[in-house]
Design a protein around this ligand. Structure first.
Ligand SMILES: [Zn+2]
Length: 511
């Protein structure tokens, strides 16, 4: 089974910000999880390069749009490698392959008689690349997202007959699974109920775009072009890419992961375009929230933009990933707070998970010749075994419904309970009596085994940390055995050598 997951194609007006890092980490986590379940994953990311805003940004820098895009797309590509993002496709919308697919798609939509020439008049935000619905005092109105004045446009454009698909779109968005979370779904239901209007898919004053066949001076509207990146990406590595190859190669997407500001394009325009072209629809559009910093909106003018590169070099991938996944409930807005960040990393990763591994491994090494204890017989009523089984079930259930914060919490809670089990049983006191040796062996084995499973459960969430746990337990994770099978209790082999414990994560200090 193919599982196609996409990040938005990021706009190349600037290098990646924390919001794009967040979305990409979430997709990476889901992609890794699906791969562990042996699904055939196509994880797509890339950049959206055309449009008036990019043309102007390049002009301001005194360079060609193409050079500007080359530079920024390279930054994105490298950036995802630095974050250890496991993407399979990186699509650039200025590539020839992409253009081919856009043209083929356009021909299909045209054949459905959904394209006509009309006049587009209205107030436009260049930042959003979107016409705004008749704001009052339009000449002084500022786009709430970009804080910039709108521009009046009056030009001949090609239009797409979105209005024709009113009924189809209503049906699709009424399906509970199509848009998540529910607040986003309600926004869209509301928007669609006001009646869908046709939208223009070409521009006459934008040279930095894909030329519309047979219409001189017209380039495709950036969204009509960019949305197709999800499709063109699939066949982008083939020598002879085409729309059909992409369709046969895995389309439709299972999930489009996006910020809530671009929901309309994905949940309304895009499905209508796909129906028109006779293509299957994505299964789900998930609109996540925005990130603030210490309770404040981040912005250049406020001077409080948090540079993700700085976070990465200072705290490392595991720490940032854990915080973003675990502390933000997916779909809601999230807030980055430095003190809270430090507390969470220290409590969860260093004290709870790291310390559990460290102290148990130390005891085992000290008492059992640097090895996992050799247990002769196991008791039937193993409390920690049942706790682990329940945690695994809950974790899988949360992951399957994209409740990643709750999945992370399940792992953490298992580590907390395992620590308690250790404290309650006090093997460091029991070991003083020779008669207790078998009991101590079993306690230590149980804790190490629970830790092994904790490490496996952390694999999609914090892959680097997970592999450090595996190293500390004697590198027992097997790539050729299905991950789910390795979650079975009791697979930790007695007498496995345990290396000298080192902290799996360093404690952080407040700024
Ligand atoms: Zn705007």
């Amino acid at each position: 089974m193919t599982f196609v997951i996409t990040t938005p194609l990021y706009y190349v007006n600037d290098k990646p910000h924390l919001g794009s890092v967040y979305t990409t980490i979430i997709c990476d986590t889901i992609a890794r999880y699906k791969r562990l379940l042996d699904e055939d994953v196509i994880f797509i990311t890339g950049v959206d390069e055309h449009g008036l805003k990019i043309q102007r940004t390049a002009n301001e820098k005194g360079i060609e749009p193409k050079s500007h895009c080359d530079e920024i797309s390279e930054i994105f590509n490298n950036n995802w490698k630095n974050w250890n993002i496991s993407f399979d496709k990186f699509i650039r919308t200025s590539s020839k392959n992409h253009e081919l697919v856009v043209n083929e798609f356009y021909e299909r939509v045209k054949a459905s008689e959904d394209i006509y020439m009309g006049v587009q008049k209205g107030w436009y935000c260049v930042g959003c690349e979107e016409f705004k619905d008749n704001p009052e005092n339009s000449s002084t109105y500022k786009c709430p997202i970009h804080q910039k004045n709108l521009e009046w446009k009056n030009e001949e454009n090609l239009f797409f007959r979105l209005s024709k698909y009113q009924k189809d779109i209503e049906k699709i968005i009424n399906k509970k699974s199509f848009i998540e979370p529910i607040e986003r779904r309600n926004e869209i239901i509301n928007f669609v109920s006001r009646g869908l209007k046709d939208f223009s898919i070409s521009r006459t004053n934008v040279s930095w775009g894909i030329p519309v066949p047979d219409y001189d001076n017209h380039t495709f509207y950036v969204w009509f072009d960019a949305l197709l990146g999800y499709v063109s990406a699939i066949s982008s590595n083939e020598s002879d890419p085409s729309l059909n190859k992409s369709i046969n190669g895995g389309w439709p997407a299972n999930i489009h992961f996006i910020g809530k500001d671009i929901l309309r394009f994905h949940a309304v325009y895009w499905p209508a375009m796909l129906i028109s072209a006779g293509m299957k629809l994505p299964e789900k559009v998930y609109g996540h929230g925005f990130l603030t910093r210490e309770g404040q909106k981040m912005g250049k003018s406020l001077g409080n933009v948090l540079d993700p590169e700085l976070l990465l070099s200072k705290y490392g991938n595991d720490a940032v990933r854990w915080y973003l996944i675990k502390d933000i409930s997916l779909g809601n807005d999230g807030d980055f707070q430095n003190r809270r960040f430090v507390d969470i990393i220290n409590n969860d990763l260093a004290n709870t998970i790291g310390n559990l591994l460290n102290r148990t491994s130390s005891m085992s090494r000290k008492w059992f010749d640097n090895k996992v204890p050799n247990i002769e017989k196991r008791s039937n009523n193993n409390q920690i075994e049942s706790l682990t089984k329940i945690a695994i079930e809950k974790y899988i259930d949360k992951f399957n419904t994209y409740k990643l914060d709750l999945a992370a919490n399940e792992v953490l809670s298992l580590a907390t309970k395992t620590n308690l089990y250790l404290n309650d049983n006090q093997p460091w006191l029991l070991i003083k009596e020779k008669d207790n040796l078998n009991v101590v062996k079993e306690i230590i084995y149980n804790v190490l085994e629970s830790t092994r499973i904790i490490g496996l459960l952390l694999l999609p969430l914090v892959p680097d940390l997970s592999s450090k746990i595996d190293d500390q337990l004697g590198s027992i994770y097997k790539k050729d055995v299905p991950w789910k099978e390795q979650l079975r209790w009791g697979l930790l082999i007695s007498n496995t050598s345990l290396p000298k414990p080192t902290p799996i994560i360093n404690k952080l200090d407040y700024e």
